[in-house]
Design a protein around this ligand. Structure first.
Ligand code: PMP
Length: 472
């Protein structure tokens, strides 16, 4: 069963875990490393939410200090909140001056949709193919990756824009970027016009700038300028979902929208801003915010969350993590791209900053997705103590989104591990079997943190049992 495992907890909840049959029981984590209950160290290339590093001492200290003073102030003012707001405002464009602090990326996107609908007085939403924006009903409705696997399918107020999928952004020549961009803008224009023709004008574009769930798809550089203009020209607004890409993940800049030279009307972000603590945000203009008569949130913006959020921003600046993400990401990208000539099953390596995807294919130039091979590589990398995830519609894109404290040495280690994994996989190469269909179970809906299927390459129950006995 892909990516799901029934925890034998008292409640027997279904939870998603990495590596369905040889899951890692994490005992502790530090920086970009996680340690299992046997003390084995793994290089964590998936925990994007541990943005500045697992258990960063500055973030831990800030949370402990705050916890001893004040945790909750619903309906009151507090200094930590004001200080955090000031820091956040410093890294946001002037037009985005109203902040709502919430508790998850899903909650942020839900509020953003509400604001957008109130402002435009339209229900209709345009999203990308294979997109994912959250796990609550309003977002399942607009996440093409999710709704297409449900019996009711796409709702009438949703309009799907084809993926603006091009090869690595750094390889784009002016000519092919222009050609790609024109083609993808025409695709989007067609969707927008059809919606209008059918009496359902689009009110909201909800999109990531790097479409992570679709397999880290990076649109051409000029694409969003045109798309935003098309949406706005017909009376709509643009929401940028930066739950995955915020606070320097793409290297160099705080936000992915900066790379594309646009400013969204509403920006949502999460994950990174709390370094794993549940905090997310919606930011918009005063004009749009004025449409929402009232907003209450018991935990959103509580002092503990604000202390952590503020500490995370401080670490990013003090440790120059955005610069580091750019430099280390470039080296990782180059190293992985260097493997393409040796391993034809690497179809593409793309990315920006520490957001890198390796597309696993049956061969070039056909680029047929190799789902089973990607899954095998995932387990072989685990044997090398490197943890990655698979993404994309066919789960054939290996995604690397490590904490930003990832080093050049880490990047070299990852490249070596990939080389070994692909070499081993080729030595025991089998033809690509048909991918098991798990969609009827609704198991494939959530794009992140789904790693590994039925393959069992790491059997350690006996070892683990010994450890339990020793602990007893
Ligand atoms: N948007 C995107 C792009 C995401 O990747 C996710 C989570 N993976 C969400 C929204 C939802 O965030 P959360 O899980 O914090 O609700």
């Amino acid at each position: 069963m892909q990516g799901l495992h029934q925890f034998s907890t008292p409640s027997d909840n279904w939870c998603q875990v990495h590596f369905a049959n040889s899951e890692i029981k994490v005992a502790r984590a530090s920086k970009q490393y996680i340690y299992d209950d046997l003390g084995t160290e793994f290089l964590d290339c998936v925990s994007s939410s541990a943005h500045v590093g697992h258990c960063h001492p500055h973030v831990v200290a800030a949370s402990q200090t705050q916890m001893q003073k004040l945790w909750t102030t619903q309906g009151f003012l507090n200094d930590t909140y004001s200080l955090y707001m000031k820091k956040l405002m410093d890294v946001l464009p002037e037009s985005l001056s109203v902040v709502y602090l919430v508790n998850s990326g899903s909650e942020a996107n839900d509020l953003a949709l509400r604001l957008g609908r109130l402002y435009t007085k339209r229900d209709d939403v345009a999203v990308f193919e294979s997109s994912y924006h959250g796990n609550i009903s309003s977002l399942v409705d607009v996440s093409s990756k999710s709704f297409k696997r449900l019996p009711q399918g796409k709702k009438e107020f949703v309009h799907v824009i084809p993926l603006p999928k091009c090869q690595n952004i750094e390889d784009q020549t002016v000519e092919n970027e222009q050609a790609n961009q024109e083609k993808y803008c025409e695709d989007a224009q067609r969707v927008i016009e059809n919606a209008s023709k059918n009496g359902r004008p689009i009110g909201i574009l909800l999109s990531e700038m790097v479409i992570s769930a679709a397999g880290l798809v990076i649109p051409p550089l000029g694409y969003f300028k045109n798309l935003y203009q098309m949406i706005r020209n017909q009376g709509g607004i643009c929401i940028a979902d930066e739950v995955q890409t915020s606070l320097g993940r793409i290297g160099g800049d705080f936000w992915a929208f900066q790379l594309y030279g646009v400013v969204p009307d509403i920006l949502t972000f999460g994950k990174s801003i709390g370094n794993g603590f549940p905090i997310a945000a919606v930011v918009t203009s005063r004009e749009i915010a004025n449409c929402l008569p009232e907003y209450m949130n018991t935990y959103g913006g509580n002092p503990l969350a604000c202390a952590i959020g503020k500490a995370v921003l401080e670490v990013i600046v003090n440790e120059k993590l955005m610069y580091s993400a750019k430099m280390v990401g470039k080296s990782l990208l180059e190293g992985l791209r260097g493997l393409m000539s040796k391993h034809p099953s690497i179809g593409d390596v793309r990315g920006m900053g520490l957001c890198v995807g390796v597309e696993v294919v049956c061969g070039r130039p056909d680029m047929k997705p190799a789902t089973i091979l990607a899954n095998r590589i995932l387990y072989l990398l685990k044997e090398e103590k490197v943890i990655v995830a698979t993404q994309g519609e066919e789960r054939n894109v290996i995604a690397l989104t490590p904490p930003l404290c990832f080093t050049l040495d880490n990047a070299r280690r990852v490249v070596e591990a990939f080389d070994k994994a692909f070499t081993k996989a080729n030595q025991s190469e089998e033809s690509e079997p048909v991918r098991p269909n798990t969609s009827f179970l609704g198991l494939d809906n959530i794009p992140l943190n789904v790693m590994g299927g039925d393959e069992e390459t790491d059997t350690s129950p006996a070892k683990r049992q010994r450890t339990y006995e020793e602990m007893d």
